[in-house]
Ligand binder design. Structure first.
Ligand SMILES: Nc1ncnc2c1ncn2[C@@H]1O[C@H](COP(=O)(O)OP(=O)(O)OP(=O)(O)O)[C@@H](O)[C@H]1O
Length: 304
């Protein structure tokens, strides 16, 4: 794995040399952190996810893209223990995760951001951070009977939370209700909370959704920072500009399957990807995700 030192300084350094052989769906990675085999999930008669084989490269930023209903969120839910597949297996850092509940997946170092729900909005920013901590000794009955141990842990968690909030420029908001934050600040809080458990792999679900342009760069920098600190990032995103800008690798899903993989520029030129966004019925113009196709074209023009 090597960083491309020739990349222009205004653009983030992309990590290259991630795969072995052709960049085709299911291709081998030099150092995979996640390996998925034969994972499928149906809802009634609908096949939401049907992934034959997929490897996510370690130490890089991978974007999971695809038109609406492609199965991206369902795959995220399966990988993080929030949902169960009909069949299939997958490993994180060489350890099988099939059947492992969400809280244990997170303790093992694979953490996903979860959206600031109504209930979490009624907690303070600091309390949201503490929810993300790995060692919640207060939950343990034995430790709870020994409050001095619990308090020490609480103080350590609070200090850690403050350090992270400072980096995300949210420290002055620590006592505010999370619901009072702007859309962009909420996204920052979601990411900050994920960092409380010292993750190896951070999974972000649409990090750019609802973020106004003023905070966009800050959010991108934080994601790039995760990689700089040695973490692996896997994110679902519709914003193609962001994907092109920060992703080292892109996995494209359509109708539950992986239809393309590669570096962002190559993937966005792939006919299978354009077809996926246009839907099967080009001429009928049914269900076509034309907005994304326009952005794909725009990005390709930018590059030339
Ligand atoms: N709990 C559920 N019950 C029934 N169908 C579901 C459920 N969850 C997802 N689906 C269906 O599974 C398919 C995949 O949905 P999913 O949300 O994973 O797609 P997605 O790629 O994340 O889409 P989007 O980009 O719009 O969020 C869709 O057809 C969706 O309607």
């Amino acid at each position: 794995m090597s960083d491309n030192a020739a990349a222009p300084s205004s653009r983030p350094l992309k990590t290259t040399g991630l795969h072995d052989g052709d960049a085709a769906p299911g291709c081998k990675k030099i150092d995979p952190i996640l390996e998925i085999d034969g994972v499928s999930r149906t809802f009634g008669g609908l096949i939401a996810v049907d992934v034959d084989h997929l490897e996510i490269p370690r130490g890089a930023i991978t974007a999971l893209i695809g038109p609406n209903g492609a199965g991206k969120t369902t795959l995220f839910n399966l990988l993080t223990g929030f949902d169960k597949p009909d069949k299939g297996s997958w490993t994180f850092d060489g350890k099988s995760l099939a059947g492992v509940p969400a809280y244990r997946v997170a303790r093992m170092g694979q953490v996903r951001t979860f959206q600031l729900t109504k209930a979490l909005g009624l907690l303070s920013v600091m309390d949201n951070m503490k929810l993300g901590a790995k060692d919640q000794d207060g939950e343990n009955l034995f430790r709870a009977l020994l409050p001095f141990l619990w308090r020490k842990q609480e103080q350590a968690n609070e200090k850690k939370a403050l350090d992270i909030l400072e980096r995300f420029m949210l420290d002055t908001k620590k006592d505010d209700y999370a619901a009072s934050l702007s859309g962009g600040q909420r996204k920052l809080l979601e990411m900050a909370r994920a960092l409380m458990s010292d993750p190896t792999l951070v999974m972000l679900d649409e990090p750019m959704a609802g973020v106004n342009p003023a905070l966009t760069q800050s959010l991108l920098d934080h994601i790039l920072n995760l990689k700089a600190q040695g973490m692996t990032v896997l994110f679902v995103e519709h914003d193609m500009h962001m994907v092109r800008h920060i992703a080292d690798w892109v996995v494209v899903m359509a109708e539950g399957r992986v239809v393309a993989e590669g570096d962002p520029y190559t993937v966005m030129q792939d006919q299978a990807v354009i077809d996926a966004y246009l839907g099967k019925h080009h001429d009928e113009d049914l269900g076509a995700d034309t907005e994304h196709v326009e952005v794909l074209k725009e990005l390709l023009d930018d590059e030339l």
